[in-house]
Design a protein around this ligand. Structure first.
Ligand code: KG4
Ligand code: ZN
Length: 333
């Protein structure tokens, strides 16, 4: 089966064509990040307007690259992210997908954005060793999810305050680095000393939950106390504390849940220190580690197509009355 998928939950307009064997025939992403940089974060109204301007050309390009007739493509369904995300952004992709489904007389499927992120590593890993533990870390979410098979997941831990990417962005802003701060801190940290600042590693307890807001405050306090410490060293110290907390929770979850492999997902999965540390952990503990490409870590429509095909096979089509759900929580399945 072939799906056309749309993703417009935040600042990226994505359209992709994927099949049910996991083959990605096309995946186009148009980001509006340049419009938001001056504001230090995504401005919902600007994101919505950008989606409105780009959604049709992005879909046309995805069909074109996949070699499909743009007027009557030989697809089996149209999938779109229904939530969570910015409501004005979600509505653009969702409405467009419903209109295409109606015009081409194809079934429509509404997809949970995080379901998509969980499918992303599977698209690039031919032979997954189940059960799989996924560390999903982005600007809006941070969680540990155990999967027994594709689409069968249980959230085993999540952040009790900020998301990991949000902490990166806030610390970067404090340091005067441009938005989005994650890639910037990653880059600066590579030439810094991770021991320059003494920062606490939060959540040294039995729970599999994360916490990042205390760390952000600790960075502010420490830099006020030691103004002589340079930006590279602060970045390296902060990043080391984030990675240590994430790795601790992954280790605890592996021990408790008996997973045979670990995958990274979400924008923070592009972080070089995290990728390196997780690879080492996998080697030490004898578990397979799946590190998706950067394009597959960040928001894209190919992962929504994969989740949409799975959902359609198990639950059938979604009604065209499916609403945008900005605060949709991921339920265990
Ligand atoms: O998944 P994503 O593209 O968007 C959503 O939040 O859904 O993730 C964006 C987040 C931002 O907070 C950004 O700063 C962070 O991912 N990020 C990184 C890196 N690249 C992106 N954080 C740390 N290191 C990176 N290399
Ligand atoms: Zn995302």
């Amino acid at each position: 089966m072939l799906a056309l998928a749309l993703e417009t939950s935040c600042d990226d307009t994505g359209a992709a064509v994927v099949d049910s064997t996991g083959r990605v025939l096309s995946s186009i992403v148009e980001s509006s990040i340049d419009l938001h940089r001056a504001f230090g974060g995504v401005v919902p109204e600007l994101a919505g307007r950008a989606h409105l301007a780009t959604v049709t050309p992005v879909v046309q390009k995805a069909l074109d690259v996949a070699g499909l007739d743009p007027h009557d493509p030989a697809i089996d369904l149209v999938a779109a992210t229904a939530g969570p995300g910015l409501v004005g952004s979600l509505l653009i992709g969702l409405s467009a997908a419903k209109a295409y489904a109606l015009a081409w007389d194809k079934p429509f499927v509404g997809v949970h954005h995080l379901d998509g992120h969980l499918f992303a590593p599977l698209l690039e890993t031919p032979e997954v060793e189940w059960p799989l533990l996924t560390l999903l870390v982005s600007g809006g979410h941070s969680m540990l999810v155990l999967q027994r098979a594709p689409g069968e997941h249980r959230v085993v831990g999540e952040t009790i305050d900020d998301a990991a990417g949000e902490a990166y962005d806030k610390v970067a802003r404090w340091l005067g680095l441009p938005y989005p701060g994650g890639p910037e801190i990653d880059r600066r940290a590579s030439s810094g000393d991770p021991h320059a600042l003494q920062l606490p590693v939060s959540m040294r307890n039995d729970s599999l939950d994360f916490s990042f807001s205390g760390l952000k405050t600790a960075v502010v306090r420490a830099t006020e106390r030691q103004p002589e410490v340079g930006v590279d060293d602060v970045a390296a110290s902060f990043q080391a504390a984030v990675v240590e907390q994430l790795l601790r929770k992954v280790t605890q979850a592996l021990e408790r849940e008996g997973a045979r492999s670990v995958a990274l997902a979400g924008g923070v999965a592009a972080n070089s220190a995290l990728r390196h540390a997780l690879t080492e952990l996998g080697r030490e503990r004898g578990v397979s580690v799946y590190l998706p490409s950067r394009a597959m870590c960040t928001d894209n429509a190919a992962m929504i197509g994969a989740a949409g095909l799975h959902r359609f096979a198990h639950e059938g089509a979604s009604p065209l009355s499916t609403p945008a759900r900005p605060s949709w929580t991921l339920v265990d399945r």
